[in-house]
Design a binder for this molecule. Structure first.
Ligand SMILES: Cc1ncc(COP(=O)(O)O)c(C=O)c1O
Length: 453
């Protein structure tokens, strides 16, 4: 008998005794849902309940659950060569082929890939690529990283220092030095009548000027902020940001850990605004979460500098699992599914359907904002629509009501900001989610808001 066959109450008791969860508090595990099976956009728990996976677990199961092709790819690769080092002088075919495929789907200026095993590690690596770049070019003082309020970049120390959601930092300070935050392009909460895109891009420039361009290595930005509440920038933001980065010799890191691999309706998201980054962090959707994998896509400009380094300035960034053959084989199978099923195109069409459905919820007085791009969306809750005063505490109740009705979503809690904002319900179902399930999500959310409010 394996552990999965333990009675449900014994499993839960063992969970409470021995397992520390990400975002851990014992209260959250009094009635933990223990997942046993996933199929398409549905998850099943050990008490036989079925749930719609309204966030693709953690924005990552892009192709949906239970795809045998990925299991087969892992099995085949593990049987042949489960792991081998990709350190200097060593390589393996799945890593080589996956890097080539990712570059082909990324930006015209994209050139090469460094693999990691998570989103945070990808961002840590991107920061090091940026610092390395400037040191190699004889500008060693360019070390600071600018991020945006409500940005989420992971929870390892440097990634957490770029993340700007106070709950993730409160009990873990001090933060790593040389990280600073500026205002986000948040149209619903932008003060005054000005354009949030131009204003927020100018806030980056003000920070560069205030600190001195000679101290700034890079700006990191999610094309659409995810965990911070699915904040979609106005179309003016990224073109202006690119221009500012170029003017001040600052690298632009696109954190595409959520937005990569089809989520927004394109393979990678900055193409929505005709912008190319210097570095791209990715993870999650590269394997749809079937195995842990992430990485950094490096543009030709950055790659050339690495390739031209003298031996005593080589890129000494070692990670045991960089280029892990089995994870990369699963990544290849996952990309195959995304390509064959045209999932980025589907995300564009179905995401529109989801957003239009959520828009109808504006008739509820506590729904302040509805926003989204591709298959990611949010509903921001307010005390009343006129004042836009943030609703606090309502989001958790709505999430609980959704759970009772068979839908799993997450919320970003209200924040003092600045800018202050209300609880935001976040949606990112698998890109293959059937139409009827998307419509059901909207229905459940409407009922749950009404019940909770
Ligand atoms: C935009 C973004 N960057 C980085 C991360 C961190 O990824 P991981 O949890 O794999 O470290 C996340 C995770 O949600 C994310 O959404």
């Amino acid at each position: 008998m394996n552990d999965l066959a333990l009675p449900a109450d014994a499993l839960l008791a063992a969970d409470q005794r021995h397992l520390i969860h990400p975002l851990h508090h014992p209260n959250d595990h009094a009635h933990a849902r223990i997942f046993t099976e996933g199929r398409g956009a549905m998850l099943r728990t050990n008490d036989g309940r079925e749930f719609i996976d309204g966030l693709s677990c953690l924005w990552n199961v892009n192709i949906g659950h239970g795809r045998k092709e990925l299991a087969d790819a892992a099995q085949k690769q593990m049987a042949q060569l489960a792991y081998a080092s990709a350190y200097a002088g060593f390589s393996n075919e799945p890593a080589i082929r996956l890097a080539e495929r990712i570059v082909a789907h990324a930006y015209p200026s994209s050139r090469a890939v460094y693999f990691t095993t998570s989103g945070a590690e990808s961002n840590e690596s991107a920061f090091k690529f940026a610092r390395y770049h400037w040191k190699r070019l004889g500008r060693p003082t360019k070390v600071k990283i600018i991020s945006r309020v409500y940005g989420y970049h992971g929870v390892t120390l440097a990634a957490m220092s770029a993340t700007s959601l106070p709950g993730y930092q409160k009990m873990f300070g001090p933060l790593v030095p040389e990280f600073l935050q500026v205002a986000p392009p948040y149209p619903y909460r932008w003060p005054g009548n000005g354009d949030a895109g131009l204003g927020a891009a100018d806030a980056v420039e003000e920070a560069i000027v205030a600190h001195g361009a000679d101290s700034i290595a890079a700006v990191i930005a999610e094309p659409v902020m995810g965990a911070g509440g699915v904040i979609v920038p106005p179309p003016t933001y990224f073109p202006r940001l690119r221009e500012i980065c170029d003017r001040h010799d600052v690298l632009l890191i696109a954190d595409e850990v959520i937005t990569g691999f089809g989520r927004t309706g394109r393979w990678f998201a900055l193409g929505h605004w005709g912008v190319e980054p210097d570095l791209v962090s990715f993870a999650k959707g590269v394997t749809s979460g079937y195995l842990p994998l992430g990485g950094v896509i490096v543009s030709k400009r950055v790659h050339d500098v690495i390739e031209a380094a003298p031996p005593d300035e080589k890129f000494m960034h070692a990670a045991t699992y960089s280029g892990h053959p089995t994870c990369c084989a699963v990544g290849l199978a996952n990309i195959g599914v995304i390509e064959q099923e045209g999932l980025p195109e589907r995300a564009a069409v179905m995401g529109k359907r989801l957003l239009e459905g959520l828009e109808t919820l504006r008739s509820l007085p506590v729904v302040g904002d509805v926003r989204g791009l591709g298959m990611m969306a949010a509903v921001e809750l307010v005390e009343d629509q006129g004042s836009r005063k943030p609703a606090s505490g309502l989001g958790a109740k709505v999430v609980a009501e959704c759970g009772k009705r068979g839908l799993i979503i997450r919320q970003r809690g209200a924040s003092a900001g600045p800018p202050a904002s209300g609880d935001s319900l976040c949606f990112a179902p698998p890109l293959m989610t059937p139409e009827a399930t998307l419509d059901r999500i909207v229905q459940i959310v409407g009922e749950s808001i009404a019940a909770a409010a």
